[in-house]
Design a protein around this ligand. Structure first.
Ligand code: ARG
Length: 586
C-alpha cells in the first residue's frame, strides 16, 4: 500500500520551493509549525531575510507570490514581522486522511525510514537470584516502548537483556547449594513465585553463613575461583540459579504484558570468553595502563574526592574481571558481530558515569567509530506518592510484583464501577489491561530523565493524562461504531469541515511525524502527549459535531464516523507501540 505524505511535509516542500524561487542563492528552512491562528505558521522567512539582507515583510509577500494556492494550500497571509499563516483546504485534509484509512498494512500510511540503521537496545536487565524492583520496571517499560517506536520507523532493533548473572556473589550461593542440596527445586517444577521465594531463601541463608562463618567464607572464595576457571560441577550449579531466576523473570514480564525473547537474554557471563582479549587489546594499545596491579583507564575530566582521577577498572589486581570488562566486550560484539549503528542503553541515570567511561574507552580503542552512536538513556528514580524514595512502610524496597498486583486490583475497582454488565472474568481481563497500562503510561509520560512519583490513585484516574482516559476514549468510539448500525464510516472529500473536525484531522495527519520525532529523540513522552491531545481533540469534536444523534445528513454522518474510526485506529496503534492495550469494551 502506498504511503502517504503528511500535510506538514507537503506544505513544507511547497514553501521550500517558494523560498528558493524568491532567493535562489540562499537556502532556508521554512520552519513550519501547527498554529492557533491558522492551520500552520511558517517562521523561516525571518532567518532568510536576515541572511539575504531583505525586509522580512516584503520578502514574505514575495514568497507568497511564488506559492500556488488551490489543492492543498487554500489561503496564505503575511502576518506580524514576516510570518506566513497558512490554511489548508478541507478537501486536502479529508483526502489525506482517506488515504491513511485505506492503508491495509496497519501503518496508517506512514512511510518507513529511507535509510534505517540497526539499534542494539540494552534494556530489562534484572539480576540473577535477586528480586526485581521499580528500577527494573522503568528499564523494561521504557526500553520496550522505544523498541516499539523504532521498529515502526523501520529501524532494525536487536534486544539485549544484560542480566547480572556473574560475579563474586555466586561463590557464596553455589557453595551454599553444594552444602545444602535440594534447596532449589528444578526450574521446570516451579512457578515464578516459588522460584523467587526459593532463591530468596537461599540468598538470605548463604549470606548469613558467609557473614558469620569464616571457614564458609573461605570455601565460598575458592568456589569463585572454581567458577571462573570453568569447573564443571560449579557451572552446573550456577546454571541452576540462572534457570530458576529466568522462571521468575518471565513470570514478571508476562504480568507486565511484555514479550521477552530467550535468545536476547544475553547476560554479563556471555562475555566471559572475550574479556581477557578485551583487556589485552586495551593494554597493547595503551588505552589501559597498569596501576597498583590493576588494569585501568584514566580520564582527564573525571575526578573524584581531592581531585584524584577516578579510573575505569578493566581488570582487578587479583586478575578478576568485572562489570566494565563485560560491557566493553559487549560493545565489541554489538558493533562487529551484530553490526549495530546505534547502541542504546536504558539504564538508571546513576550509572551514567560508568557508561561515559565505557564509551570513551571504546572510542579510544577504535571500537566505537564515527559511524556508531552510543547513548545511555538514563532514567530517573521512582519516588513514592509523598515524593520520597519509594519504600514500603517498613522501609524496604517495594517488590515489583506486589506493585503490579496492586495496580491491577485498583484498576478492577475502576472497571467494576463503570461497566456493570461485565462478567467477573471480563472485569479481571480488562483490569489487567487497564492496570498494567496505567503503570506503563505513567512511566512513559514523564520525561525519562526526571524522577517520577508512583501514585496509583492518579495513575488509574479516569480524568487527566492517564492511559485509562485514552482507553475509554477508544472504547467509546468502538461503541459508537457499533451503534451506528448500517451507517458505515466513509470519507467524503467534498464536504466542508467544522473547525473541530479540521483540528482533529490535522492532528491525525501528524501521527507518523510524531512517532519519528519521538523515536529519534528517545522520547516516548512525546508520543503519549500526542495521544492525549488526540483524545482531547476527539472529545471536543464529538461534543460539537453530532455523529448519530441528532442525525446529520447521511454523507456527514459517514464522514464523521470515518473520523471516529481513524481516531480509534490511531489511538490503538500509538498505544500498541508503547506496549499498552486498548480493550474494545470497557
Ligand atoms: N543489571 C544491571 C542492574 O541491575 C543493569 C545492567 C545494565 N546494562 C549494562 N549493559 N550494563 O543495575
Amino acid at each position: 500500500m502506498a504511503s502517504v505524505t503528511s500535510l506538514t511535509d507537503l506544505v513544507s516542500k511547497q514553501l521550500t520551493s517558494a523560498l528558493s524561487a524568491a532567493r535562489p542563492e540562499t537556502s532556508a528552512d521554512p520552519l513550519l509549525r501547527r498554529s492557533d491562528r491558522a492551520d500552520f505558521q511558517a517562521n523561516g522567512i525571518l532567518a532568510l531575510a536576515k541572511k539575504a539582507k531583505a525586509n522580512p515583510r516584503e520578502l514574505a509577500t514575495e514568497v507568497v507570490s511564488h506559492l500556488t494556492t488551490g489543492d492543498v494550500i487554500k489561503d496564505v497571509e503575511v502576518s506580524g514581522p514576516g510570518f506566513l499563516n497558512i490554511t489548508i483546504a478541507d478537501r486536502a485534509i479529508t483526502g489525506n486522511l482517506a488515504a491513511r484509512y485505506a492503508d491495509d498494512t496497519d501503518r496508517l500510511g506512514v512511510p518507513l525510514a529511507a535509510e534505517p540503521g540497526t539499534t542494539v537496545i540494552d534494556y530489562a536487565q534484572p539480576n540473577v537470584a535477586k528480586e526485581m524492583h521499580v528500577g527494573h520496571l522503568r528499564s523494561a517499560v521504557i526500553g520496550d516502548a522505544l523498541r516499539g517506536m523504532l521498529d515502526f520507523t523501520g529501524e532494525k532493533t536487536i534486544g539485549r537483556h544484560h542480566i547480572g548473572d556473574w560475579g563474586t556473589q555466586f561463590g557464596m550461593l553455589i557453595q551454599y547449594l553444594l552444602e545444602h542440596p535440594g534447596e532449589l527445586r528444578p526450574a521446570s517444577e516451579v512457578d515464578g513465585e516459588q522460584a523467587m521465594s526459593n532463591l530468596n531463601r537461599v540468598y538470605k541463608a548463604s549470606r548469613a553463613l558467609f557473614d558469620a562463618d569464616e571457614e564458609f567464607k573461605e570455601r565460598a572464595r575458592k568456589r569463585v575461583v572454581a567458577l571462573q576457571s570453568g569447573d564443571k560441577e560449579t557451572l552446573e550449579l550456577w546454571q541452576q540459579f540462572v534457570d530458576e531466576s529466568k522462571v521468575y523473570f518471565y513470570s514478571v514480564f508476562e504480568k507486565l504484558d511484555m514479550e521477552i525473547r530467550d535468545d536476547e537474554i544475553v547476560g554479563e557471563s556471555a562475555y566471559n570468553e572475550g574479556m581477557p582479549e578485551t583487556a589485552r587489546m586495551l593494554e597493547e594499545m595503551g588505552v589501559a595502563v597498569r596501576s597498583e596491579g590493576a588494569l585501568v583507564v584514566f580520564f582527564d575530566d573525571i575526578r573524584g574526592k581531592d581531585d584524584q582521577p577516578v579510573p575505569l577498572i578493566v581488570q582487578k589486581a587479583d586478575g578478576g574481571f568485572g562489570y566494565a570488562a563485560s560491557d566493553l566486550t559487549a560493545i565489541r560484539n554489538r558493533v562487529f558481530d551484530l553490526r549495530a549503528t546505534t547502541l542504546l542503553y536504558v539504564v538508571d541515570v546513576r550509572q551514567s558515569l560508568h557508561f561515559k567511561m565505557v564509551f570513551e574507552t571504546a572510542r579510544r580503542a577504535g571500537w566505537l567509530g564515527d559511524d556508531v552512536t552510543a547513548h545511555n538513556m538514563g532514567y530517573g528514580t521512582v519516588l513514592g506518592a509523598d515524593g520520597k524514595p519509594f519504600k514500603t512502610r517498613e522501609g524496604e524496597t517495594v517488590r515489583l510484583e506486589d506493585l503490579l498486583d496492586e495496580a491491577v486490583q485498583r484498576a478492577a475497582e475502576v472497571v467494576r464501577e463503570k461497566a456493570r454488565d461485565l462478567t467477573e472474568d471480563e472485569i479481571q481481563e480488562r483490569a489487567a489491561q487497564v492496570g498494567i497500562g496505567a503503570v506503563k503510561y505513567a512511566d512513559l509520560s514523564t520525561s525519562p530523565n526526571r524522577d517520577y512519583k508512583f501514585d496509583l490513585d492518579q495513575m488509574v484516574s479516569l480524568n487527566g493524562d492517564t492511559s485509562v482516559y485514552l482507553q475509554y476514549a477508544y472504547a467509546r468510539i468502538q461503541s459508537i461504531l457499533r451503534k451506528a448500525g448500517d451507517v458505515r464510516p466513509a470519507a467524503h472529500e467534498e464536504l466542508e469541515l467544522h473547525e473541530a473536525e479540521r483540528a482533529l484531522g490535522l492532528h491525525l495527519d501528524a501521527f507518523g511525524d510524531t512517532v519519528f520525532e519521538a523515536a529519534a529523540e528517545y522520547a516516548p513522552h512525546k508520543l503519549t502527549a500526542y495521544l492525549y491531545q488526540l483524545a482531547s481533540l476527539y472529545t471536543s469534536f464529538y461534543d460539537k459535531c453530532p455523529v448519530i444523534k441528532p442525525q446529520p445528513p447521511r454523507d456527514v454522518a459517514e464522514n464523521r464516523l470515518f473520523l471516529c474510526d481513524l481516531t480509534a485506529r490511531t489511538l490503538t496503534k500509538g498505544m500498541a507501540l508503547l506496549g499498552i492495550r486498548t480493550p474494545e469494551r470497557l
